[in-house]
Design a protein around this ligand. Structure first.
Ligand code: BES
Ligand code: MN
Ligand code: MN
Length: 464
């Protein structure tokens, strides 16, 4: 085989420059002000697939942002890999915390990335990572090294809950038929510790509003005599965890899959340095559910977190006011076999029940998604494992991840195939944060590793 390495060496500058161009487009799906840019990005992604040598490239309309499709079918008898990724990105706020503008990508060296890292919103999540696949396929097509069929499905609404994708998948089962779904939208443990994500958490996301009086009140005239919705909301939120940081919603843990001691011991073998973890985050202690260690708390245990809270006066100086309303956005990360709609219902009932007299509570569900687990005895996992061995010289560590890609369970159900999460990002890449970046080394290593997945998956599929 092939040496993707020498292709990468030869085309290094172009591979990096093309990604920088893609990162200039502010494809923020959450904010309608960027809708033209999101659409333009879909077009650019389609162009990149054409350029890579894909056929039947289409920008498929949906009721939301389009899904970009492209394929290279060599022979229907051969296995087919379906690559999924997303070209939309998180909002870049707060802008003032970026060291360089989020949509003017620059390469800077960091301690972790002495070879340089690309700083831009979406550099790692997920433009840099899905683009590795475009470039890996470009290499395989141009150098006649593509051993099987490939299809791309790159969406523009992942960061807002993949609203249109479910419908698209259900309506296009034939077109999307595949033997394995390959995704790079997760991370690995470290540059010298490759890992394969074997599962992701689900999500239930709600917005709550507590309403007191019918208008904002003078806090002297009325203070002490009527409910302050912010005080009440803070109390209600505080009561959602007990002293051991267990979640207090009745029924919340009923379906949670408890891991055996053996499985937990296996998890504990993955390299993890608690001191380095604390240092990287500037914290003097970790915090979480009693009875579990950090790597369990952020992967195999469900959580409840306030993502934002607002109300009342937050401007300059002081204003004496008892606000009429208080709001919070609350997310719950779920593990197998919790059902996000059931959890949403339990949350809603509980939150309404604990509201004291004097306020009204409303709970508005946002999006959700089921957890996902990949079997490690599948040939897709073995192909990924061998691919990492080929380019890292090490067997990757299987590891459950804490983030969510809510559409995965639907892929498996509708398309009847397994999903392999081959991520090349690092936790320190600051995805969703200011100064998001992706190591140039990681980007190129991804492009180099992916072709081996195709080779081994094709061989293993043929029973070799
Ligand atoms: N790529 C991330 C998920 C991720 C990142 C998983 C790193 C594991 C490691 C994805 O784009 C994401 O941000 N998902 C959201 C959910 C979505 C509905 C907004 C999340 O996990 O918060
Ligand atoms: Mn992502
Ligand atoms: Mn994301």
């Amino acid at each position: 085989m092939p040496s993707p390495g020498s292709y990468i060496e030869q085309h290094r500058d172009r591979l990096v420059q093309e990604l920088l161009q893609l990162l200039q487009l502010p494809s923020v799906s959450a904010d309608p002000a960027f809708s033209q840019d999101v659409l333009e990005t879909a077009g650019a992604v389609a162009q990149s697939l054409v350029h890579a040598g894909c056929e039947n490239v289409e920008v498929c309309d949906t009721s939301g942002y389009p899904i970009v499709y492209g394929e290279k079918i060599l022979d229907p008898q051969l296995p087919t890999v379906l690559v999924y990724g997303h070209y939309d990105v998180q909002p870049p706020d707060p802008l003032e915390l970026w060291d360089s503008p989020p949509f003017e990508p620059v390469i800077r060296e960091t301690e972790t990335h002495p070879e340089g890292a690309i700083f831009a919103r979406g550099a790692c999540d997920d433009k840099g990572q899905f683009y590795m696949h475009v470039k890996a396929v470009e290499y395989m097509i141009r150098e006649n090294e593509l051993p099987c069929n490939v299809k791309f499905m790159i969406e523009g609404e992942e960061e807002v809950g993949s609203v249109s994708l479910g419908e698209f998948v259900k309506a296009n089962r034939e077109k999307l038929a595949n033997d394995i779904i390959l995704i790079s939208d997760t991370g690995m443990i470290a540059k010298d510790v490759p890992s394969i994500t074997t599962g992701l958490r689900g999500l239930s996301y709600a917005e709550v509003t507590v309403t007191g009086a019918n208008r904002d009140l003078h806090s002297g005239l009325y203070g002490g005599a009527v409910a302050n919705p912010i005080n009440v909301l803070a109390k209600m939120i505080a009561s959602l965890h007990d002293a051991d940081n267990h979640i207090t919603i009745p029924g919340f843990y009923d379906r949670v899959q408890e891991l055996s001691r053996k499985e937990r011991d296996l998890m504990a073998e993955a390299p993890f340095d608690l001191e380095a973890y604390k240092k990287a985050l500037d914290i003097d202690a970790v915090y979480g559910e009693k009875g579990y260690v950090t790597n369990e708390r952020n992967a195999i245990r469900p959580t409840l977190d306030v993502n934002g809270i607002w109300g009342g006066y937050t401007g300059e100086g002081a204003k004496t006011v008892i606000p009429s309303k208080a709001h919070a956005k609350i997310s719950m990360r779920l593990v197998p076999h919790q059902d996000w709609q059931e959890i949403m219902q339990l949350f809603r009932e509980h939150f309404e029940r604990i509201a004291p007299p004097g306020v009204r509570v409303s709970v508005k569900p946002h999006h959700g998604g089921e957890p996902y687990v990949t079997p490690i005895d599948h040939i897709g996992y073995q192909a990924a494992s061998k691919a990492f061995e080929a380019t890292f010289g090490k067997t990757p560590v299987p590891q459950r991840g804490g983030g969510s890609i809510p559409i995965l369970a639907l892929f498996e159900r509708e398309l009847k195939s397994k999903i392999i999460l081959m991520g090349f990002g690092l936790d320190s890449d600051a995805i969703h944060s200011p100064n998001e970046h992706f190591g140039v080394w990681n980007y190129l290593k991804g492009i180099e590793t992916i072709p081996y997945f195709y080779k081994y998956f094709t061989e293993l599929s043929a029973g070799k």
